[in-house]
Design a protein around this ligand. Structure first.
Ligand code: AKG
Ligand code: FE2
Length: 345
């Protein structure tokens, strides 16, 4: 008998799947394919808040290699890892469990390595994690190029010149400090056994993997292993739903700056990662790579010829007050600094 598939949005075919086959390259994409992808993505982000990309050209082996490198990094002695702690100036570096908290009522169990600079000097040394740089840099470049494709596709669908979004996101991972886009490697360790079961002490900490939040930038690309745990509130719904897993697919979800720029026609997706139920799943780690695509700090995004469709569902996400029309946003950099102050210890 076939194994029973977990109940999830993907298992129920409720997340639009966008096929990137025949797209060409980010430098010379096929215009007809870009137009089709842009329309599909716009509709998906408007109605659901997310989509999955298939045939995006990023091999699973590349992801598995960085997952293994992150495991090796996390296994280093604490004193060694401490050399690589996140630099608040550029957001690059290692973030210990509990250092970034979205849900202050729980202990958030995850190790992060934020990559905002591709220089070998900013990566774990070869003697410590031999292939970290060798694997992380090409993956970051692939995700940057994929983001450039998505930006051009979205521009078509939004009725602005395709170069307009590329220009306002020109500094992605350029180490100039002009653009905060980040590739983040995530490792969620097994959940300590005291968290559950009859032996749970009344004062034992409540754990979660990642508290509810929306990402801050234009959009996020998310590749995950098959462990599960990611949950979302689809646009217009207040219900948490499991995303599930589609092998080889990359999720794309709207962030707060895209929501603000489109006056919530493309609302930011609220999401979280919960600890799995069942002793077997809780005793396993989970891996994921996120690419947070942001505009340049000083970018002025072009005004949009957009109108919300008359029957648009009410958005699940309420924009931050400083992003609404009543409170003038200073620029993309101020928004990000504000959100970092709210979430980093
Ligand atoms: O691990 C995941 O699937 C999501 C991580 C995430 O939402 C984040 O780092 O912002
Ligand atoms: Fe997130």
């Amino acid at each position: 008998m076939a194994a029973q598939q977990e109940e999830s949005l993907l298992a129920r075919c409720e997340i639009p799947i966008i096929d990137l086959a025949h797209i060409g390259t980010d430098v010379c994409p096929m215009k007809s394919v870009l137009r089709r992808i842009g329309q599909q993505l716009f509709t998906a982000l408007n109605t659901k808040g997310l989509a999955v990309l298939v045939n995006h050209g990023i091999a699973d082996e590349k992801l598995k290699a960085v997952y293994a490198d992150l495991d090796n990094f996390c296994a280093l002695p604490d004193g060694c890892k401490a050399q690589y702690l996140r630099n608040p100036e550029n957001n690059h570096g290692y973030v210990l469990p509990g250092m970034e908290q979205f849900d202050t009522t729980k202990k958030e169990l995850r190790h992060l390595f934020n990559i905002t600079s591709l220089s070998a000097a900013s990566m774990p040394a070869q003697e410590e994690v031999p292939e970290f740089t060798k694997h992380a840099v090409p993956l970051a470049q692939d995700l940057t190029n994929l983001s450039r494709v998505i930006l051009q596709a979205l521009a078509y669908a939004m009725g602005v010149p395709p170069s307009a979004l590329l220009e306002s996101h020109a500094g992605m991972l350029q180490a100039s400090g002009a653009n905060p886009s980040t590739m983040r490697l995530l490792y969620y360790p097994p959940v300590p056994p005291e968290d559950a079961g009859p032996r749970r002490a009344p004062d034992a900490p409540h754990y979660t993997r990642c508290g509810a939040h929306a990402d801050y930038g234009t959009f996020t690309l998310l590749a995950q292993d098959s462990e599960g745990g990611l949950e979302v509130k689809l646009n217009g719904s207040d219900k948490w739903q499991k995303v599930g897993h589609l092998p080889g697919a990359i999720l794309v979800q709207a962030g707060e700056l895209l929501a603000s720029w489109t006056t919530n026609v493309l609302p930011a997706l609220v999401h979280r990662v919960v600890v799995p139920s069942g002793a077997y799943a809780r005793a396993r780690g989970r891996h994921c790579v996120a690419f947070f695509c942001h505009p340049d700090n000083e970018a002025v995004l072009p005004p949009l010829p957009l109108r919300a469709p008359p029957d648009a569902p009410p958005p699940a996400f309420t924009p931050h007050t400083h992003l609404t029309l009543h409170h003038r946003i200073l620029n993309a950099a101020h928004h990000l600094q504000k959100r970092f102050r709210e979430t980093y210890a």
